[in-house]
Design a protein. Structure first.
Length: 343
């Protein structure tokens, strides 16, 4: 067994495909029942409550729900309820709380406030005997299994899978539903991807941008967090549209970009950005693109809504290897704990 395979982060991320398969089987009836309810009693909007990696899943939910269901979806600040004690009008809305532990005080306070304010509440949570799971109108367990490493991996991927499953059923999108059902096999292929070029290029790096757009933006946020959390590497996530403003001033030789591209309506714009950066002499590592001069990372072709989940799975393996290469322990990042109980 190699050093990389001895970390909890590696072992837990490697379980993602099996965890998603468990979830799809276990939650099938509950997802169909909730989807039918949401079709009959359509919410006027969707609000999400989450922190850290779970909030990056909420970013994915925003693009997924707005493009598939046509419902405005926003990530609310939990501190509005937990610190300020304010109670916005949530009547007629669907409030989604996403959490691995299900016991962060601020997320609980926000979800309680949303429920009291008239929202239907849904928990996507890994710990099924947690307060969040118990208090929500509906709980869709992540079925990720125990996650010990501080760095969230399989719990993030199972959150994406749960959102995809619900969106496919809710929108009656049989093509997306079939892609969701195929995702465990595709996740295994993604896990086998060799992203050594990323590890080699970033071993001595001091900083980078991580770029995504649309459904890929939440994955860019998650990758940027993992660079900071496990690799001691400062990374900022930007939309491919937003990075063209002030942030482009830093782009050039010695400041690499990692780009996640999915094959949907955002693809051409992302390709244009990559080509522009390469023309400036910048270094770009890209998953899903084929722009000349960029470093191509292995990519599993799939339904565009599924691609980001596969990309972050491949990334997790590379991030674990990069962490070790840079002399860090990905399971025990400095000054961090598994459950952050933010007030």
């Amino acid at each position: 067994m190699t050093q990389a395979q001895e970390t909890r982060m590696f072992a837990e991320a490697a379980e993602s495909a099996d965890a998603v398969a468990r979830q799809l089987a276990a939650n099938a009836e509950a997802v169909e029942a909730l989807a039918e309810t949401l079709r009959t009693e359509r919410p006027r909007a969707v609000v999400t409550f989450a922190r850290g990696s779970s909030d990056h899943a909420a970013t994915f939910a925003k693009y997924l729900i707005e493009t598939r269901l046509g419902l405005v979806t926003t990530s609310a600040a939990p501190s509005v309820a937990s610190v300020y004690g304010a109670a916005p009008d949530y009547s007629g809305m669907l409030a989604i709380g996403i959490s691995q532990s299900g016991k962060s005080p601020d997320i609980l306070a926000a979800m309680r406030t949303a429920k009291q304010g008239g929202a239907r509440t849904l928990a996507l949570v890994n710990v099924t005997d947690s307060p969040l799971a118990a208090e929500a109108d509906t709980c869709l367990p992540l079925h990720a299994g125990p996650e010990v490493s501080v760095a969230a991996t399989k719990s993030y991927i199972t959150a994406l899978a749960g959102l995809l499953h619900l969106a496919a059923r809710w929108s009656r999108d049989d093509i997306l539903l079939e892609a969701v059902r195929e995702s465990p096999a595709l996740l295994r292929k993604a896990w086998a991807s060799n992203w050594t070029p990323l590890v080699n290029r970033l071993a001595e790096a001091r900083g980078l941008y991580v770029i995504g757009r649309g459904l890929g933006f939440g994955i860019a946020q998650e990758a940027a967090l993992k660079f900071k959390e496990t690799c001691g590497l400062h990374a900022e996530a930007f939309s491919a549209a937003e990075v063209r403003h002030g942030p482009m001033a830093l782009v050039g030789p010695g400041f690499p970009l990692l780009v996640f591209r999915q094959g949907d309506a955002t693809g051409d714009g992302v390709d244009e950005l990559v080509a522009d950066v390469v023309a400036r002499g910048g270094e770009v590592l890209v998953s899903g693109g084929e722009v000349a001069g960029a470093i191509q990372l292995p990519h599993v072709d799939a339904h565009p809504a599924i691609e980001p989940m596969l990309q972050i799975q491949a990334f997790y393996r590379a991030a674990n290897a990069l962490s070790l290469r840079r002399g860090f322990d990905p399971d025990h990042p400095p000054r961090l704990a598994k459950v952050t109980e933010t007030i």
